[in-house]
Write a protein that binds this ligand. Structure first.
Ligand code: WT7
Length: 661
């Protein structure tokens, strides 16, 4: 047995004996949040959250912390005025204009070191550029950019002029872009000619071409170039951002004083229907909560080098690469390419080069690093004080590996549970105050009141160890304001199930997370996963209906159902079960066509793992597809109850086809 096997065994034995890991005392000694009274103080509803808002600079202080008079349309820091870009940029100039705000590393090692002063100049020029093409306060600007500095610069420029941004993850397809442009009624798209994936230049502009073509809206397109030279493949109809910036060189744009309740951005996310929802986030409450959790949970200090290795195109990047960290005036790292390019030690190489203090990633990435082996991190000299996971539950085994091989048994780990809708962490430990417990997200954040209810809405006893539907009983500042343009869907999706919707009293309203969870006797929460038709692929949320409607775009398909299959690396992957139209032969070509349709409608990251041709789908007598049975088949589990099916023999036939008998 090698030495490392030996310590692994010891570590596992230790884990079995003791569920908890104490934060290292040298961490505790320097942490931002060290007084347990923070829970009571912030929990003083609603004024406890004032201390979060006080982390920001306000043009006008709020009159009222919380207005719950029109549930579930809650308002925060009512009457207050502020600007998010001012808070993330301008206010740091006095103290740290020469400090790096964004440290960008390109695919092939190219670097950009953007100080707060540089960021100030760039954000102002971009704000002037946006204004010059007619962007006005409250116009939605769609931003379809990859991990290049132009992305946070554009977001902050939008915030500066009070134009909500709607960032569409660069991996989303042209169709997905078009859908979001139309849904947000957006007249502006900011994009780029291309970027690097595994060292190859990837054409990105074709997505703008196709997306703009198929959108009902006719947005004006601003295009960045990945290199200094213009790219001849880009349509003349688009405006090169560099030309505009040159016209507005050194221009200053006064930050617009926004109402605390004015929207800061939209972020589309998958739900249970085919159409993604535009989660609308407010300026004051969102920024206050993102800044406070960055401080208390992520332990960020201005002098730190902080790296959240997520993509800004998802909520994690919005809250914890851009808004939270920059509001605190720290140095935030951005990396363009994948963790394995040009070698599997790339992440640790960057960590060493910039001497990263705080590192943030997903369980999927940890499982991947674990599969690659500890020889990669071992080659580099880096020393994290604090590490985060987000997006899915982490298995104790992966947690331990992360703790030992990345954290050197000397860093704290927080497992942060939250959602696009929640804007910031809701369940996670405060790292100096609560012991780590592998596999558990941890305690509720200060001021957050999670609870569990059964399917009829009855509350389960506290800390009972029973699984239930996770709800949040009290509003919090960074909760979504609504689903853009669709208040009814907002109420139906998040509130109707477990609230008294006739009541005017906010106490009768409970936010439904859509997750199942357990609260153990020690009060720690373990989140089990989605209870609705939403799956979690490598930490990315995908609606099964969204996938199914993409598959149904293929003419040869009569019917399709998507099942989530457990996957050792990605958490879950989509299996597609397809009934073909009469007379269509099953073939690899049809499979390829189906996969291409998903890539076209959603994006490559949503690619089905398996396409299975079947004669029939399991359906109830009323015709509803029982996806859960397909999930049992995909996962090789026992079939659940099939007696309510129209044809109870269907699942068994599919099972035999997939697994043999
Ligand atoms: C869903 C939200 C929050 C940013 C990334 C994902 C799952 C999230 C955890 C965690 C267990 C988690 C939930 C949640 N999830 N964090 N720490 N432990 N599950 O945001 O795309 O809106 O997805 O991700 O199922 O509902 P999202």
């Amino acid at each position: 047995m090698s030495e490392s096997d030996d310590t692994d065994v010891q570590l596992e034995a230790r884990l079995r004996e003791q569920d908890y890991f104490r934060p290292p005392s040298k961490f505790v000694g320097q942490a931002n949040a060290t007084d347990p009274a923070i829970h009571d103080e912030v929990g003083e509803f609603p004024e406890g959250f004032d201390r979060y808002a006080e982390l920001l600079d306000w043009d006008e202080r709020w009159d009222e912390t919380f207005d719950g008079s029109n549930p579930p349309f809650f308002e925060w820091f009512v009457g207050g005025k502020l600007n998010a870009s001012y808070n993330c940029v301008d206010r740091h100039l006095d103290e740290r204009k020469n400090q790096t705000a964004l440290l960008w590393e390109g695919s092939d090692g190219e670097q950009e070191n953007i100080t707060y002063q540089d960021l100030y100049v760039r954000v102002n020029e971009m704000a002037a550029a946006l204004r010059s093409i007619g962007v006005e306060e409250d116009d939605v600007v769609t931003v379809h950019l990859p991990m290049v500095p132009a992305l946070p610069v554009t977001m902050l420029a939008c915030a500066r002029i009070g134009a909500p941004h709607s960032v569409v993850f660069a991996g989303f397809s042209a169709q997905a872009l078009a859908e979001r442009v139309d849904s947000a009624d957006s007249d502006y798209v900011v994009t780029i000619d291309g970027y690097y994936r595994r060292g190859e230049f990837l054409d990105h502009i074709e997505k703008a071409d196709e997306g703009v073509e198929s959108a009902d809206n006719d947005p004006e397109v601003l295009v960045h170039y990945r290199h200094d030279e213009p790219n001849a493949d880009v349509s003349d109809d688009y405006t090169p951002v560099d030309d505009l910036l040159a016209e507005h060189e050194r221009e200053r744009v006064e930050p617009v004083s926004r109402d605390a309740e004015d929207p800061l951005f939209l972020m589309y996310t998958s739900g249970t229907t085919g159409k993604p929802k535009g989660c609308q986030h407010r300026t004051g409450g969102y920024l206050a909560y993102a800044a406070a959790t960055s401080k208390n949970v992520l332990d960020i200090k201005p002098e730190d080098t902080y790296w959240c290795a997520a993509d800004i195109g998802w909520i994690t990047g919005h809250s914890y690469i851009v808004y939270g960290p920059l509001a605190l005036g720290t140095t935030s790292v951005m990396y363009e390419d994948t963790p394995d390019y040009p070698h599997k030690g790339r992440i640790w190489e960057i960590a060493e080069r910039y001497d990263v203090d705080i590192f943030h990633t997903s369980p999927t990435a940890v499982r991947m690093f674990m599969k690659w082996g500890e020889e990669y991190p071992e080659e580099y000299d880096f020393d994290f004080r604090h590490m985060t996971t987000v997006g899915e539950p982490i298995q104790p085994e992966a947690w331990l590996w992360y703790y030992k091989h990345i954290g050197d048994e000397d860093a704290v780990i927080v497992d942060t549970w939250w959602q696009t809708e929640t804007g910031g962490h809701l369940i996670t430990n405060l790292p100096a105050l609560e012991d780590m417990k592998p596999g558990s997200a941890g305690k509720a954040c200060p001021g957050i009141e999670p609870a569990l209810v059964d399917d009829s809405g009855d509350k389960l006893p506290e800390a009972s160890g029973q699984a239930g539907n996770l709800i949040i009983e009290k509003p919090w500042p960074s909760m979504l304001q609504t689903v853009y343009g669709n208040d009814e869907r907002f109420i139906d999706t998040y509130w109707a199930d477990f609230s008294d919707t006739d009541s005017d009293d906010w106490r009768d309203w409970n936010y439904k997370a859509g997750d199942g969870a357990v609260q153990a006797q020690d009060g720690y929460w373990r989140v089990l996963g989605r209870l609705d038709d939403v799956m979690n692929v490598a930490g990315h949320r995908l609606g099964t209906m969204e996938l199914e409607s993409a598959v149904s775009e293929v003419e040869k398909v009569a019917e399709a159902a998507v099942a989530a299959r457990e996957d050792a690396e990605k958490g879950e992957v989509p299996d597609v079960y397809v009934v073909l139209r009469e007379g269509i032969e099953e073939s690899d070509e049809v499979k390829a066509e189906i996969i291409a349709a998903v890539e076209e409608e959603i994006g490559k990251f949503a690619r089905p793992a398996n396409v299975v041709f079947v004669d029939d789908l399991p359906k109830t007598r009323s015709g509803k597809i029982m996806r859960r049975l397909l999930e049992n088949i995909s996962n090789g589990d026992e079939l659940g109850n099939t007696t309510t099916l129209r044809d109870p023999s269907v699942p068994e036939r599919i099972r035999e086809q997939v697994h043999g008998d």
